[in-house]
Structure formats: structure tokens, C-alpha cells
Design a protein around this ligand. Structure first.
Ligand code: FMN
Length: 158
């Protein structure tokens, strides 16, 4: 059986992390960007990994909706959850608890916080202004590739 990485990305960082995770996991892994119109063949997968990034304190609405709308089927799978963000004081468990439905957090067998990157080239003017003002956000890229590898190892052990 296969693994699905379902993710959302606003400026590309979460997609980069999902790609690295796919590479670390090896064979039998598919990646899909979450979208409202997409239909998912959940029966093809025994493991589903869901990832998104934090903007203005919230994970993408599409990620939360994906989890809510498919909760029953997700609760029958092996699930991993991950997040990208740049908060200097980020606490992994708090981030995960806030970003995903409670039942899914309790059910998940692996969760991870992979750091993040402010992809300035892809930002619109408002995003540039907002991130420049936000003192709590790290400005230097800080993706934790070791954490992605550790997360992959945990999934492989399931
Ligand atoms: C407009 C904007 C708001 C953000 N707000 C937050 C935030 O509230 N907390 C946080 O930790 N990171 C915040 N970030 C940082 C992103 O979570 C980080 O850059 C992440 O890597 C983006 O992933 P993505 O490129 O996949 O969207 C913000 C970034 C932008 C551009």
C-alpha cells in the first residue's frame, strides 16, 4: 500500500518540505496539493500525511477543511501531520493542536514542525509589509531538514 502526502502551500516552502519528505520516504509515495475541487482516492493509501503552513496564526483553511471533510476516512488510516512556520517562539505541540482537528491530532502517529522560509520573491506587496512588520517572525530561512528525515523514519517504522 502507498503513502499520500496532501499539502497546501502559500509561497512554496511547504511544497519544498513535502518534496524532501517524499524523497526521504522513498518508493510508493505520492504528493498532492490540496484543493477544493480535487477528489482523492483514499482507498489507494494506508498512510496519509497532511501538511500546511501558518499565516496570521492559522493554517490554510483548505488544510483544515480537508481534515474536517475527510475525518472519518482519515481516522481509519495511519496519519502524520506537519507544519511550516517562522515563529521564533513556536511550540511544536501547540502549533499542531491549534492547526488540526482534535480527533485527528489524537489519532496521528507522527507529527512534526519543520521550520520555514519567508519566500520574499513570491510575496505580494501586502505580504511583504506584513512580514516586515512582524517582529516575532524569523527572517532567515530555517527549514529543519533533519526533522523531516526523523519524521520520515518514524513513518517508515509504522
Ligand atoms: C503574510 C505572512 C504571514 C505569516 N504569519 C505567520 C504567523 O502568524 N506565524 C508564523 O509562525 N509564521 C508566519 N508566517 C511565516 C510562514 O509560516 C512561513 O514563511 C512558511 O514557511 C510559509 O510556508 P509556505 O511558503 O508553504 O506558505 C507568515 C508568512 C507570511 C508571508
Amino acid at each position: 500500500m502507498e503513502t499520500l502526502i496532501a499539502y497546501s502551500t502559500t509561497l512554496g516552502c511547504t511544497e519544498q518540505c513535502a518534496s524532501k519528505l517524499k524523497e526521504d520516504l522513498g518508493e510508493g509515495v505520492e504528493m498532492v496539493r490540496i484543493s477544493r475541487r480535487r477528489r482523492y482516492n483514499f482507498q489507494d493509501y494506508n498512510t496519509i500525511i497532511i501538511g500546511g503552513s501558518i499565516h496570521e496564526g492559522m493554517i490554510q483553511r483548505s488544510v483544515f477543511k480537508f481534515c474536517e471533510n475527510n475525518l472519518e476516512v482519515l481516522l481509519q488510516k495511519q496519519v502524520g501531520l506537519f507544519i511550516c512556520c517562522m515563529d521564533l517562539d513556536a511550540n511544536e505541540q501547540e502549533l499542531i493542536d491549534r492547526a488540526f482537528p482534535v480527533k485527528l491530532v489524537k489519532h496521528a502517529l507522527a507529527s512534526g514542525f519543520f521550520g520555514g522560509e519567508l519566500n520574499i520573491k513570491k510575496m505580494n506587496l501586502l505580504q511583504k509589509i506584513m512580514t516586515r512588520k512582524a517582529a516575532r517572525l524569523k527572517k532567515e530561512p530555517d527549514i529543519d531538514f533533519q526533522k523531516i528525515l526523523d519524521f520520515a523514519r518514524k513513518i517508515q517504522e509504522l
